[in-house]
Design a protein around this ligand. Structure first.
Ligand SMILES: [Zn+2]
Length: 297
């Protein structure tokens, strides 16, 4: 969980990062404590992004497969405590907003963002506005891509994020390290369990087995992107999150499989698939930009 003090252009001036909340109480109190630590007399508004199903515009986190806590009344809690204009949204929505305003998709009106974090976060900007549906649009990681596929943390089976996500990359890393104990992935992990970070590092340094494993996950990434292209027809797709650190080693196979799986791809304008620019701060920057908007009514 992270919090920052930002100026109105979305520049992060100060930042605090703490461990993720593990229960309901920590989920409710954590953001209040972080905000209190950063509070100054010239703060004009607060923005918060949460992973999972967040009601709009009430700002309640109803539930999330990868988060502790249920029905967390973030917006009410922040308003009660600080009395400032406050906006609470899904974190991937805010990340998409940030990338469309000041990041990799600046100047585009139709933007899809996917983030390979623990799962796959998704957010889209359509006609220059965050697309929410009734509230919960963009839970793209839970598109079923393989009926009867691996069990997902959401309770379904065969969700896209069971094939392509940070968690999946960790699994692949352990498999690669076990299959090749003398390989770079295993050596980077030293004696601990190999992680997606080790696998990515090995792939970037030219280890062919690691690069192949990352590329296979990239192909699965592209399969889901193809479905999203035929639904949303975005001008550009931005891929972010820690799981995407391998850059083109991951994205090039994704572009390829996306093209192959997209209906009528030869008749469509190409859809660039690019790396995010704002890194792990994207959600925070989006929360800051959204807060700046509510501050001005
Ligand atoms: Zn799922």
């Amino acid at each position: 969980m992270s919090a920052g003090l930002l100026d109105e252009s979305g520049t992060v001036l100060e930042k605090i990062v703490v461990a993720r909340p593990i229960d309901q109480a920590a989920m409710e109190e954590g953001p209040l404590e972080l905000a209190a630590n950063l509070m100054q007399s010239d703060v004009v508004a607060i923005g918060l992004g949460a992973a999972g199903l967040v009601t709009w515009p009430e700002g309640r986190l109803i539930w999330g497969p990868n988060v502790a806590g249920r029905d967390v009344r973030f917006k009410e809690l922040l308003v009660e405590r600080f009395g400032l204009p406050t906006v609470v949204d899904n974190d991937a929505n805010l990340a998409a907003w940030a990338e469309s305003q000041v990041g990799a998709a600046q100047g585009y009106q139709h933007v899809l963002l996917v983030t390979l974090g623990t799962g796959i976060g998704g957010g889209s900007v359509i006609d220059g506005k965050i697309h929410r549906g009734r509230s919960f649009a963009g839970e793209v990681g839970h598109m079923v891509v393989d009926v009867g596929g691996p069990r997902c943390t959401c309770g379904q089976s065969g969700c896209w994020e069971t094939f392509a996500s940070g968690r999946r990359l960790d699994q692949i890393a352990r498999d690669v390290a076990a299959a090749d104990p003398a390989g770079l992935t295993a050596r980077l992990a030293e004696n601990g369990p190999a992680t997606g970070g080790h696998l990515t590092e090995a792939a970037i340094r030219g280890d062919s087995r690691a690069a192949q494993a990352v590329a296979e996950m990239g192909a699965w990434l592209g399969i889901g992107l193809a479905s999203l292209v035929v639904i949303l027809d975005p001008e550009i797709i931005v891929v972010g999150g820690g799981g995407a650190r391998a850059g083109d080693i991951l994205l090039e196979p994704a572009r390829q499989s996306m093209m192959e799986a997209t209906e009528g791809s030869t008749f469509r304008a190409s859809t660039p698939v690019v790396a995010a620019q704002l890194g792990e701060d994207a959600g925070m920057v989006g929360a800051g930009l959204a807060a700046a908007e509510v501050a001005h009514g």
